[in-house]
Design a protein around this ligand. Structure first.
Ligand code: FAD
Length: 496
């Protein structure tokens, strides 16, 4: 009798769970092997002193990528997961006292930009229209397909996509483009910020990244009921329903190969065979530690790492009406901030501070009358810096900045506290140097140089997640699982 096809997925990050679901639906016997005690990778949560904290991602866009998994599995998503649109994508605060609500209604947002910053509303509307066109003409195709398969390059869509690539989108920096599009420094800074959505430097990354605001401002942002951890919980439950098996507390030690084919993995000395193996761990780490291929690992390192972050999880003992779900307090000198992160591997003394407060959406996320603050500052990837000293200085600078801009003694309001830094991110998820989004998009060809979702050197071995094509962030990680699933279907026709 023919044996059923079996798959091992190394890691239960968001992409690991998504590929597990996709393969289970195709009829594979899927085992996810995870070194941590539970699923989620970067997308986990914890409780402290009655405060709920989502540990990693806080911004949820393109929920259709999650919905697609439920549709594929013929399950009713509402039985597992719910989310609601957010009307203000972000509240922005500037050091000069100006502030802006970035409404997800484009007209309201444009009017707010005109009223509060003096930026011509038409500039904003035209920018968002171009952002949408860029995403539809180019972005969609590139993030939804493998760039390493001839079939993508022979598709009819590619000609339209390539025709839409104006040289400026490739050769001009995002900052330069934004300076041309807007008349105020605040609007430029606000739209420069979108480069950080994949850990890049707006003063280096190409203007192509001006497609990102479309995802947040036009398509909108969403809040999952119960916080971001609900995404992990929903996909975990869905995968279990589809028959996926999990082994937690089980670091994979080795991917085994025979005559250029992946044959399974080694866990605590036990050989677990499989028809195919998918690594959801960092691709550098996979080559170096699981395959023992130093040269291939070094090749991955030719691409610059994305930025990382330092996070302060603060339980705050009162509520602040002037804040919303997502808040940004901008630095005075954005250029200096990114120069320090990417060139000197340091954090500036006047950082841009992001605060996410899920108790604004659900009071149950914090004790009555209090708020759960996820306070994040962009930081370099780990290069052996003294993170304790850096966190100490940063804490002082963040508190000074917030106290100044909010006119409140923030330190005295902290009732509960813990932190996360790049070293801890690497330890928890194997992300090399703790980078949040794999490689940065600082170079013009970054999209093409990100590692493929497979390797020609080992048949039956695939890669999904933030360190490979199409990149980091929840939507792209979910797309990577879709791309891997498509490649596996094609390979299966040729017996891998
Ligand atoms: P990961 O989450 O990296 O998980 C990989 C898993 O593989 C881990 O569980 C790890 O333990 C396991 N693993 C690795 N090696 C082995 C092994 N040898 N054996 C067994 N298991 C192994 N994205 C957004 O969309 N919005 C945001 O707002 C956002 N903010 C972020 C903020 C922070 C602080 C961080 C850290 C990330 C943020 N991101 C955000 C990025 C997003 O979290 C990631 O891109 C995404 O979650 C990565 O998922 P992944 O599937 O690549 O796997």
């Amino acid at each position: 009798m023919k044996q059923p096809l079996s798959a091992i997925v190394i890691g239960s990050g968001i992409a690991g769970m998504a590929i597990a679901i996709r393969l289970a639906v195709k009829g594979y016997a899927v085992t996810v092997i995870e070194k941590n005690t539970g699923p989620g990778g970067k997308l986990t949560a914890f409780e402290q002193d009655g405060f709920h904290f989502d540990a990693g991602p806080s911004l949820f866009t393109q929920p259709e990528n999650v919905a697609a998994l439920f549709e594929l599995a013929h399950e009713n998503m509402a039985d597992y997961f719910s989310y609601q649109p957010v009307t203000i994508a972000c509240k922005y605060f500037f050091e000069n006292g100006k502030s802006v609500n970035a409404y997800t209604d484009a007209r309201l947002f444009a009017k707010e930009m005109e009223d509060k910053l003096g930026e011509d509303a038409q500039h904003v509307l035209q920018y968002l229209e171009r952002s949408e066109k860029l995403y539809n003409d180019i972005g969609k195709l590139f993030i939804g397909h493998s760039l390493h398969k001839m079939s993508t390059w022979l598709s009819t869509g590619i000609i339209k996509a390539l025709a839409a690539v104006k040289p400026g989108y490739v050769f001009e920096s995002l900052n330069h483009y934004n300076e041309r599009c807007f008349s105020t420094v605040e609007a430029t800074q606000l739209f420069n910020r979108f480069a950080t959505y994949n850990g890049s430097n707006p003063f280096q990354t190409p203007a192509m990244l001006s497609l990102i605001p479309h995802l947040e401002q036009n398509q909108g942002t969403f809040y999952p009921g119960g916080g971001m951890i609900s995404i992990t919980n929903a996909l975990y439950q869905l995968s279990i329903k589809k028959g996926v098996t999990y082994r937690f507390n089980s670091p994979v030690e080795r991917i085994l190969e025979d005559e250029g084919r992946a044959t399974g993995v080694l866990v605590a000395g036990e050989f677990i065979p499989a028809t195919i193996v998918v690594s959801n761990g960092d691709v550098y780490y996979t080559y170096k530690n699981l395959l023992g291929k130093e040269a291939a690992a070094q090749k991955v390192l030719k691409q610059e790492r994305s930025s990382s972050a330092i996070i302060f999880y603060w339980g705050i003992n009162r509520q602040l009406d002037q804040l919303g779900l997502h808040n940004i307090f901008f630095s005075r000198d954005y250029k200096k901030e990114f120069d320090l992160i990417f060139k000197k591997q340091e954090v500036t003394d006047d950082p841009t501070v992001y605060i996410n407060i899920t108790s604004k959406m659900e009071q149950s996320q914090a004790p009555a009358g209090k708020e759960n603050w996820f306070v994040m500052v962009n930081a370099p990837a780990d290069n052996g810096q003294d993170w304790q000293a850096m966190k100490r200085n940063l804490r002082t600078n963040v508190l000074n900045k917030l106290s100044r801009m909010l006119q409140l003694p923030i330190e005295s309001m902290i009732a509960s506290e813990t932190t996360l830094d790049p070293r801890m991110i690497q330890e928890q998820t194997t992300s090399y140097k703790g980078s949040l989004y794999g490689t940065s998009s600082n170079s013009r060809l970054a999209a093409f140089l990100r590692h493929a979702n497979f390797t020609g050197a080992t048949k039956g071995l695939y890669f999904c997640g933030g360190s490979v094509h199409p990149g980091g962030g929840i939507p792209l990680c979910l797309k990577s699982a879709m791309i891997v699933s498509d490649i596996i279907s094609t390979d299966a026709k040729h017996n891998f």
